[in-house]
Design a protein around this ligand. Structure first.
Ligand code: PMP
Length: 353
């Protein structure tokens, strides 16, 4: 730390990217829940063509993309805010709305805790039940906090029904509920249809997973106009041009190529369910996944041993050492059918040893 760093950042706890960096060196990457499919031809073409306009600042309102996406999502253009990845949206939400503390499950997307620390927001973590599920009753006493729920949850992949989501929102009339739907296209039902009924709901989405655009950094949220305006004002205060021109063009083409997205999603779901069955036959416990990954533990081989053995074979999955109750689990991103075949063959050998 240099002597010039603002003292309020003395105890920063940034997201650890070392394993992601390592996995870029020739590994089969099953560790970051990316899509194994390249963006469509039209998406690549659109990004290329927008590269020729890089002398200009991009549209700060993402007007064309906003119009197309709002039609696809069946919400008004003014009910959408775009972010440089949904991580930026989450960052703005912590900044904007967490004056009175936050709450989220003890096992969920690790960024919520990191952002709470960064913004000095007090938070409580609510334990998942013994089946790794969110129980809405456990959020009853948290009225007034900003509640973050990833749905489907990560890293479990388990989907919380919309009735239960609504229960959490209704129990929290004085606070916002944020439903982070990064993986919703792979299973479950979106809470976006609730944004008009509930004035304290924000639904966060991303182009990183089902739309094969993790590298472009494009996320968005849907909420009522009043809250959208607040978020937009904060965005325009520190990063008015947060979505670059190539990403806007690529995003627009991706929305126009919805059929391709749906085809890829169908394929990933098929490979996911097939992989889950094969893993269960091999003695793995596999949580019911509505996402593009599986959360698994083996009845006799430790999570760490499996992770290390795969790594030696240049396959990177995600192992969590903390908290203790998930330390035997690994999270495996669904890749192509061929990649899953390789994974299963290596796993067979690891388990036999
Ligand atoms: N929410 C969840 C639950 C995630 O798992 C991720 C990424 N892994 C994100 C949000 C952020 O995605 P992005 O910034 O790529 O949109």
């Amino acid at each position: 730390m240099s002597r010039f760093l603002n003292s309020k950042f003395n105890s920063l706890d940034p997201y650890d990217t070392s394993e992601e960096l390592e996995s870029m060196n020739g590994y089969v990457r099953l560790n970051t829940n990316e899509s194994p499919f390249e963006p469509s031809v039209n998406v690549v073409k659109a990004a290329r063509s927008a590269a020729g306009t890089l002398n200009f600042y991009p549209d700060p309102d993402c007007t064309k993309l906003r119009e197309k996406l709002s039609a696809l999502m069946n919400v008004k253009p003014s009910e959408i805010v775009f972010g440089n990845g949904s991580d930026e949206i989450l960052n703005i939400l912590f900044m904007a709305f967490c004056e009175h503390d936050a709450a989220f499950p003890d096992i969920t997307y690790s960024f919520y805790k990191i952002l709470a620390g960064f913004h000095g927001v007090d938070f409580v973590t609510v334990p998942l039940d013994e089946n790794f599920k969110i129980n809405p009753d456990d959020y009853k006493s948290l009225n007034g906090r900003t509640i973050f729920i990833a749905n489907p949850n990560a890293p479990t992949g388990i989907f919380l029904s919309l009735d239960d989501v609504e229960k959490i929102i209704n129990q929290n009339p004085d606070g916002l509920t944020v439903i982070d739907e990064a993986y919703i296209d792979f299973g479950g039902e979106s809470a976006k249809k609730l944004i008009h009924e509930h004035k304290n709901l924000i639904v966060v989405r991303t182009f990183s997973k089902s739309r094969s655009m993790a590298g472009a950094r494009l996320g968005w949220c849907m909420t009522n106009e009043e809250i959208a305006k607040d978020i937009n004002n904060i965005k325009n205060t520190f990063t008015p041009y947060n979505i670059n021109a190539m990403t806007q063009a690529a995003g627009l083409a991706a929305v126009e190529d919805e059929e391709i997205t749906q085809k890829n999603v169908t394929m990933i779901k098929r490979v996911r369910d097939n992989t889950a069955s094969r893993l269960r036959e091999m003695g793995f416990e596999v949580l019911d996944s509505s996402a593009n990954f599986l959360f698994v533990r083996h009845k006799s081989v430790s999570g760490e041993k499996i992770f290390e053995a795969l790594k030696r074979c240049r396959i990177m999955i995600r192992h969590f050492t903390k908290p203790e109750k998930i330390s035997e689990f690994n999270r495996i991103t669904i890749g192509t059918a061929e990649q899953m075949q390789i994974l299963l063959e290596v796993l067979k050998r690891v388990i036999k040893k």
